[in-house]
Write a protein that binds this ligand. Structure first.
Ligand SMILES: Cc1cc2nc3c(=O)[nH]c(=O)nc-3n(C[C@H](O)[C@H](O)[C@H](O)COP(=O)(O)OP(=O)(O)OC[C@H]3O[C@@H](n4cnc5c(N)ncnc54)[C@H](O)[C@@H]3O)c2cc1C
Length: 391
């Protein structure tokens, strides 16, 4: 995505208002745009370039589960800062749009697919969960430590609140002049001058030569279904982390169930390492995986059985996973004003806010104060991989 160039005629460096171009309209791009718009009295002009549509990938199809203290160091500081920012964002943005933020209880529950005897669910479970359990439920989160958002609505809301211009187009490359990013060039030939470029391409980071010359992003495909039970009021705000073995000797699955304030229930699981296709709009769920999620939903609750709940969505999307499992956040070594924010794996909705705030501070003030992002610097890969960034 980067090419050397001696021409700076279209460079934004000559223009007055700083212009930040964010490549990728997922939750990471959206959070970066939002905090760029709020961190400074003289906010820069912000453009988001999105290939397909805003939140078309994992950021629109994720669970949206948030946890204060489930990540271990060095991710824990980013997660804690993000969890607290989610709380304050929900207050700051409630006038703009409701995006389903709410604190909730979280339970871990082993489900028995074929109980040996007729068995009542433990009394400690909410009444809508009538699953045959293979062991006692365990409280693993309280409304003080776990919460949720609707990720698609959250991403959309942040972009609207940032007043960023959204350009639908495919980023082909970053123009680099004298080791400094100066513009983004689209596949259709349009060139967008920039004072700073942020690459927030999620699973598609692996297709960017500028990023993949320094580090790898592998991709994991995961499935989800969204159901609307006939009586949404019967479903209480309890997130469920299940373990489920379909038959003796079958692998143990770990699906997750998230009731939403919209009256829908989201169920996800069934993941597999696969390469992300070029076009996000072509991603479809594997029928067997979708069938298994419906089966598990019906085991958990009779409100979610086939025929009892409307099917709102059956879908799949890809997680971006870095070589060492940590996000990659910071300025690209050797290319001034070219920033990366990717590799958030299964915690991108949680960790979006502190990531976006940190990248905004880095661009506007030269250093991040919200959270120490040194452990996530792309420079950690120098010497580990090919060692030289492709420009
Ligand atoms: C099933 C599932 C459940 C999940 N549940 C949770 C959860 O409960 N909590 C949590 O915190 N996280 C969760 N996650 C993880 C979270 O969804 C991701 O970490 C996060 O969405 C990644 O955001 P992103 O912005 O980096 O990438 P994406 O959302 O993939 O956005 C990248 C964007 O870049 C665009 N793009 C790519 N290439 C180009 C190009 N060349 N030009 C222009 N645009 C381009 C894409 O079209 C895409 O819109 C879940 C993920 C999955 C798959």
């Amino acid at each position: 995505m980067a090419t050397p160039s001696s021409s700076s005629s279209s460079s934004a460096t000559a223009t007055a208002t700083p212009h930040v171009v964010i490549c990728g309209g997922g939750v990471i791009g959206a959070c970066t745009a939002y905090f760029l718009s709020t961190k400074s009295s003289s906010a820069p002009r912000i453009t988001i370039i999105e290939r397909s549509s805003i939140a078309c990938g994992a950021s629109g199809k994720a669970g949206g589960f948030l946890a204060f203290d489930w990540c271990s160091p060095p991710l824990s500081d980013l997660a804690r800062a993000s969890f607290l920012l989610h709380g304050s964002l929900s207050l700051a943005l409630s006038g703009v749009s409701a995006y389903g933020y709410r604190p909730l209880h979280t339970i871990s529950l082993p489900i028995h697919p074929h109980p040996p005897h007729r068995q009542s669910p433990p009394r400690s479970l909410p009444s809508w969960i009538d699953a045959p359990t293979a062991g006692p439920p365990r409280t693993i989160g309280t409304p003080e430590t776990t919460a949720q958002v609707h990720p698609y609505l959250f991403t959309q809301t942040l972009i609207s609140a940032s007043s960023a211009e959204v350009v639908i187009g495919e980023v082909a490359r970053v123009e680099v002049v004298q080791d400094r990013a100066t513009a983004v060039v689209l596949k259709d030939g349009r060139e967008i001058p920039a004072h700073a470029v942020v690459l927030a391409l999620g699973p598609w980071s692996s297709r960017s030569p500028i990023l993949s010359s320094l580090f790898g992003i592998s991709t994991l495909k995961a499935h989800s279904i969204v159901l609307r039970p006939r009586d949404p009021n019967a479903i209480s705000p309890h997130a469920l982390f299940l373990s489920y073995q379909d038959s003796p000797g079958a692998p143990t699955l770990d699906p997750e169930v998230y009731p939403r304030p919209t009256g829908e229930v989201y169920i996800c699981g069934m993941s597999q390492e696969l390469e992300v296709p070029e076009d996000p709009s072509t991603i479809e769920g594997d029928p067997e995986s979708i069938k298994m999620l419906h089966k598990i939903a019906g085991k958990v609750s009779s409100h979610l059985k086939d025929g009892e709940a409307e099917v709102v969505a059956e879908q799949a999307c890809f997680l971006p996973c870095s070589d060492d499992g940590l996000p990659v956040i910071g300025e690209m070594p050797g290319i001034e004003k070219c920033y990366v924010a990717t590799g958030h794996s299964c915690w991108g909705i949680l960790n979006g806010p502190a990531t976006g705030a940190a990248v905004a501070e880095l661009i506007l003030e030269g250093r991040s104060t919200t959270v120490d992002i040194t452990p996530f610097s792309p420079s950690r890969f120098l010497g580990r991989r090919k060692g030289k960034v492709a420009v």
